[in-house]
Design a protein around this ligand. Structure first.
Ligand SMILES: Cc1ncc(COP(=O)(O)O)c(C=O)c1O
Length: 390
């Protein structure tokens, strides 16, 4: 069987310095679910982990509960109308709602089944063998995986001593990169990079490159909603602001996300499939997302619950002499186990029926990530920790 690459895709990649082999690998990356899944470290890990089904699952930064009630009700109603491809112009309504909540023009919103696929596509679209990727270390791994797969150089710049993205060092690491990747709050540390520093990078980066600001966890942060990067997208800067419904909205399995940025960026990332993935979204997910976006009281209730459960867990761990990286403003914390590796600790918790993140951050071998679950789950985690330390 031969693998056909659309002429527009081949022309774009070859004209930006991809070799024929790199062009084929890049096009392949967006041609099948198997490869796309492998790019998402959280999903890739969830696939292997059938045994975790009966455990306390605080390993994948999922939300501790499912969709919000108005979203779930809207999704149930949409299922009844699922004989129709597009019963009520629902994707348009989602885009309108995002534009209203985020204060960006509607044509600056691009919808996707989660943000992971667009992270990989953004790397292919803005980077090349001569214009690399710059990211923090440690950070979320999808752009790095996509870049390595396509043969694009990656510079990984350590976080500052207080765990911000070191934007000046990131620019110095490659002053001609195609994409600078900022995760705010960062995964896995949950720590924030101030908006003034992100704006500095946007103002000083080379022309033609983009700054991707991945705000998967922004709803959990202290300053939300006044600390988002939406205004940079609204102003037409060279940014992509990524959002997902997989976190505070509890919709990871429903696959929905979006990015905000110049209208041409939506077209650029959609080139690989002529916009199919971006427009053919499951309607129950779409209406669930739309109804959830404006459920401000419910969003705030989840923020409060998360903050309390995280504070309780951090307090427990620090009182027992463990170092917790932070302050985390996400639904995760990183713990330095000091005398044991993240792998060993993962196995020890697993034996206690608790799934924490696997060893994924090689630069920090003794540091593990724990997602924040319900109060009962975090109490169980703390009890298990007490036993383990004893
Ligand atoms: C920082 C960050 N970005 C993006 C994603 C991808 O989320 P999804 O593809 O579910 O939207 C994740 C998932 O954990 C993440 O941590």
């Amino acid at each position: 069987m031969t693998f056909q690459v659309r002429e527009e895709v081949a022309d774009d990649l070859l004209s930006r310095g991809y070799s024929r082999r790199q062009m084929l690998r890049t096009a392949m990356m967006f041609s099948g679910a198997a490869t796309a899944l492998a790019m998402n470290p959280e999903i890739a890990l969830a696939q292997d982990d059938g045994a975790a089904r009966n455990m306390i699952r605080i390993g994948l930064n999922e939300c501790w509960v499912g969709p919000m009630a108005p979203g779930a009700a809207a999704a149930a109603a949409a299922i009844a109308q699922s004989n129709r491809y597009a019963p009520n112009d629902d994707v348009k309504k989602l885009i309108k709602t995002i534009a209203m909540v985020e204060k960006v023009p509607e044509d600056h919103v691009s919808t996707w089944p989660g943000s992971n696929e667009c992270l990989a596509r953004a790397v292919a679209s803005f980077c090349s063998p001569t214009r690399g990727l710059v990211q923090a270390d440690p950070t979320y791994d999808t752009p790095n995986r996509a870049a390595k797969f396509a043969g694009i150089p990656v510079a990984a710049v350590p976080l500052t001593a207080d765990y911000r993205h070191d934007v000046k060092a990131m620019l110095a690491a490659n002053p001609n990169a195609g994409l600078y990747y900022i995760v705010n709050p960062n995964n896995p540390t949950g720590t924030m990079t101030p908006m003034s520093e992100i704006e500095w990078l946007v103002d000083n980066k080379p022309a033609g490159s983009v700054v991707v600001i991945d705000e998967a966890y922004i709803h959990f942060s202290k300053g939300y909603p006044n600390n988002t990067a939406s205004h940079l997208a609204a102003a037409g800067k060279e940014v992509l602001v990524m959002r997902t419904f997989s976190k505070v909205f509890g919709m990871a399995g429903m696959r929905l996300g979006y990015f905000m940025g110049r209208p041409e960026y939506g077209k650029k990332l959609g080139m690989y499939d002529q916009g199919a993935l971006s427009s053919q979204l499951p309607i129950p997910s779409v209406v669930c997302g739309t109804a959830s976006l404006t459920a401000t009281d419910l969003i705030n209730a989840r923020r409060k619950e998360l903050t309390e459960n995280r504070a309780m867990t951090v307090d427990y761990l620090t009182k027992r002499g463990l170092k917790v990286i932070g302050p985390s403003e996400g639904n995760m914390i990183m713990v330095d186990w000091k005398t044991k590796s993240a792998k060993e600790m993962g196995d020890i918790y697993r034996a206690q029926g608790i799934q924490i993140a696997g060893p994924r951050w090689p630069s920090w071998p003794t540091v593990g990530r724990v997602s924040i679950g319900t109060k009962a789950e975090m109490e169980a985690f703390c009890n298990a920790t007490g036993k383990i330390l004893a």
